[in-house]
Design a protein around this ligand. Sequence first.
Ligand code: 1YM
Length: 644
Amino acid sequence: MSEQEIMEMEQTPKYDENQIQVLEGLEAVRKRPGMYIGTTSSRGLHHLVNEIVDNSIDEALAGYCSKIEVTVKKGDVITVKDNGRGIPVGIHPQAGIPTLEVVFTILHAGGKFGGGGYKVSGGLHGVGASVVNALSEWLEVEVDNGEKLYKMRFERGKTVLPITAVGESSGETGTKVTFKPDAFIFEDTVYDYEVLLTRLREQAFLNAGVNIVLSDERGEELISDDLKYDGGIRDYVSYINSKKSAENISDVIYVSGEKNTSTCEVALQYTDSYNEMMLSFANNIHTVDGGTHEAGFKSALTKVINDYARKYNFIKEADKGLSGEDVREGLTVVISVKLLEAQFEGQTKGKLGNSEIRGFVDGLVYDRLTDYFEENPSVAKSVLDKALTALRAREAARRARENERRKSPLDSASLPGKLADCQNRDPAKTEIFIVEGDSAGGSAKGGRDREYQAILPLWGKMLNVEKARIDKVYGNDKLTPVVTALGTGLGEDFNIEKLRYGKVIIMADADVDGAHIRTLLLTFFFRYMKPLIERGHVYLAQPPLYKIAKGKVEKYAHTEEERVRLLNEIGQDAVVQRYKGLGEMNPDQLRETTMLPENRVMIQVTLEDAIKADEIFTVLMGDKVEPRREFIEANARYVNNLDV
Ligand code: 1YM
């Protein structure tokens, strides 16, 4: 709570007036939930769990809590239980009501009173338990303070059971919160186990030694995951790399330090893959857009490796040196900083802004990594060999690019021959269908609206960019038409401003081969044109699987269930045709079912979770068979939808 909020409370000491303020406060949350939790979609629903768990994590950081249990019960009721000190039950000096009640009924009261602690400010974070209470059909909290067991109950934020001692202490202190999200508020009230697990695993990695247990009691069988990582972010890096189909070329290197009131931990490991994976956190919050801690790390790493390369004659004094991208090829790194008054910037509050952190991380990483490389010359040599190969590949790619330009100086912007372009030039209105196969391409050309729909047919074996360095990607005869048609360039040169079509729609068969080409294209977009996905330009067309006809009536089904439903609707004596491929549809059918905006079903490809996406591409596209099989078994849903 801010000083100002405390002062305001001191001016309103009377319990009644306080009550009115409280109700108005929580009513405001119910009126505009988006302002407090960002969204009332599934993401907001899951955010409620984070808010409660974060209080337990804070208690663990303070050194009083070692175990947190999260349970999804029948009816999607959530219980979070910890073995901390228990939320204080005594009368709060400023509010004049029990502190427990303050925590659950007064907005922004989740923070530690009087400042201190690594609490986050602003954004969607730290709004706390009162927001969860306001957005729950009901919420119960139990506190065991070592003497007695206390209980409170709320319904839609209103106290229905004031604080009551209901029994003696069990002997173990702690807090237990049980809530049912309000179906009037949330579009969807079903919890996704994987979403909860991913976030809780992340928190278990970031808080070494804390035991987090997630259980799901909704199904026939109990599902449970017991998470505890004594190695903290070191284990996080090992975990990420164990999923990759790449070999490690160094151990996990760990650096930590503190300065003034901030702490920094970095764990990194090199693999022989061509991609970098950088995850950064500030006060346990994932900084999706990086910020000063990432900038400090990057600058230190580039300096350390270039200094080492010059000192030991891997490169000449006069050479330009290795770029940041060169030295990060194949690197997996997790950065975690903790600081007072973290500033989260940018539209989604995903970027750390505190400027003092840059120099702190830079200095720390520079000193420690310099020592590490001096002490481990064989690791240093492997890392340098890799970075130098990356440098050469990048130079080769640049030369290839310049050659391309020189070859056709006048029409360097010429479009691929196979492209059937549209007439409209406004990317806000246009779309391009990237279609597998010449025959499907033909149907698509016949079925399109040439005013705003362009068609690019692809054929033959597509390059797997996961197994190729950038120099093989430039000038690749299967990828170049895509790049030229989109107009954006790729990699370092990628420029979203030059995108020629607002919607990039991948249209492939609903079979294994179609899934393969879809994945190859998505991998390419993910690795070389990431903003295209991040900004929601990429879609997957969903052609129907069946046509059901009876007399003049024709209906299309996208799934098995839809087929059954339609047959029940129009009669079992309908003629069912199964489409084996897009090529089997004539232009009119393809237009009607898959291309016409009024009728079509499309999946927008999103980047909800960078690790999940990275995992999908490294595992699916890599060449380790075992993780791929496990992955497909565990993620059949993702693999089918390719909704990364
Ligand atoms: C299942 C949710 O909320 N645990 C929890 C919360 C608190 C404490 C302990 C706590 C904090 C402090 C002192 C302190 C909170 N206390 C407050 C407040 N689990 C869960 N466990 N004693 C206990 O920060 O000084 C807010 S959260 F404000 F009351 F101190």
